[in-house]
Design a protein around this ligand. Structure first.
Ligand SMILES: CC(C)(COP(=O)(O)OP(=O)(O)OC[C@H]1O[C@@H](n2cnc3c(N)ncnc32)[C@H](O)[C@@H]1OP(=O)(O)O)[C@@H](O)C(=O)NCCC(=O)NCCS
Length: 337
């Protein structure tokens, strides 16, 4: 097995590799795309692993991303990100682990060769299928932490997929009213959104930026401009105690390539005020979205949660979501071993 430092992977080898990755994904998780999206052009760093007879065992692409100061994306992670898309061939097992390890070593060498690989607020990011478990130990050994999960919930409208069990229409707790938000609620939504960001910031991925409040305001304003915005407030005595904001398929196209079924909806943000948690408000908000998603015939809903947020994983599991992708990060990239 060796690293190849040129760009001579033929299109035939590339499509063979892509097919092999797709085959393993299908055997691991029916919700993954049938084939990986094409490798993005990236920065051009040659990331390839070859085996006997020159067979291409893995290829990768490294994208360099820098957030605009005002962008909401900046709140969800580091200001500068190096994102690896990794295609690793093979049915699974130790061979896959070894090949991924070799690809990560090449990527590490590329990243430490960049100016200031230890700069603050930078991250190396690998998004790997959660059920493709042969990657996990290798990523951990290399110094990556599983910071976030992209979780999926099947709506049950796609005849090729079994419906998700779990809570259907959770009852709204006594004294609480759930209503669709309108433009007059923008200040409340920004305040609730900031509370969620501040809570999630405990777990090392999300961080409040000077621009976060304004970015949330822009995001919610755009969502509220739709005819029936997928944003709801939970209120007690007229006061907001929780909120949920989700993107409809027209806005969620950016994440649809992560899943087999399309279109998808995306749950952007949800939170319940601290003193009101564990009373069923979160479940009722989530059920409200489920009803809307079902009525719209959208087969899948995706969301991100912080892996180590102790409230998130059990809650979303109860609402019928399960891990699809795990977002592994080394911050800064110089931490990769
Ligand atoms: C995650 C979050 C939105 C859940 O909202 P919530 O209103 O607390 O959720 P629920 O009350 O419906 O469910 C939470 C728990 O309370 C339990 N519960 C629900 N109704 C209950 C009741 N009447 N009495 C006692 N427990 C109850 C649920 O079974 C659930 O238990 P579990 O965590 O052991 O599975 C909320 O905890 C929150 O805002 N967290 C901070 C922000 C955050 O983490 N956001 C990121 C989400 S990705």
């Amino acid at each position: 097995m060796s690293a190849v430092n040129d760009d001579t992977v033929t299109s035939e080898a590339r499509s063979g590799l892509r097919r092999q990755v797709g085959l393993r994904w299908r055997s691991r998780d029916p919700l993954l795309p049938a084939l990986p999206s094409d490798l993005p052009p990236g920065c051009g760093a040659p990331l390839r692993v070859t085996g006997a007879g020159g067979a291409v065992l893995a290829a990768g692409s490294c994208a360099h991303w820098e957030g605009e100061p005002a962008a909401l994306d900046l709140t969800w992670g580091a200001a500068r990100r190096f994102e690896l898309t990794a295609w690793v061939a093979g049915p699974g097992g130790p061979a896959v682990t070894r090949v991924l390890d070799s690809l990560l070593e090449q990527w590490r060498e590329h990243l430490v060769g960049l100016p200031d690989p230890a700069a603050a607020d930078t991250a190396a990011v690998v998004t790997w299928p959660s059920r493709d478990v042969d990657g996990a130990a290798c990523l951990l050994r290399r110094g990556f932490a599983p910071l976030a999960v992209i979780a999926a919930r099947i709506t049950g409208t796609d005849p090729s997929q079994p419906a998700t069990p779990g809570l259907g229409g959770a009852a709204v707790p006594a004294g609480v009213r759930i209503r669709r938000a309108g433009t007059a609620d923008i200040d409340t939504l920004v305040r609730c959104g900031l509370e969620v960001v501040r809570f999630d910031a405990h777990f090392g991925g999300v961080q409040e930026r000077p621009s976060t409040a304004e970015a949330l305001r822009r995001e919610f304003t755009a969502m509220l401009a739709l005819p029936r915005p997928w944003i709801w407030l939970a209120e007690r005595d007229g006061e907001a105690v929780g909120m949920l904001a989700a993107e409809q398929p027209e806005q969620a196209g950016w994440i649809a390539p992560r899943a087999r079924s399309a279109p998808v909806s995306y749950l952007l943000l949800m939170g319940v005020r601290a003193g009101e948690r564990a009373r069923g408000i979160g479940a009722a908000l989530s059920a409200r979205l489920n009803e809307e998603v079902l009525a719209a015939g959208v087969p899948l809903t995706l969301l991100h949660y912080a892996q180590v947020n102790p409230l998130s994983a059990p809650f979303w599991s109860q609402q019928g979501y399960r891990p699809l992708w795990t977002c592994w990060e080394a911050r800064p990239p110089g931490c990769i071993r």
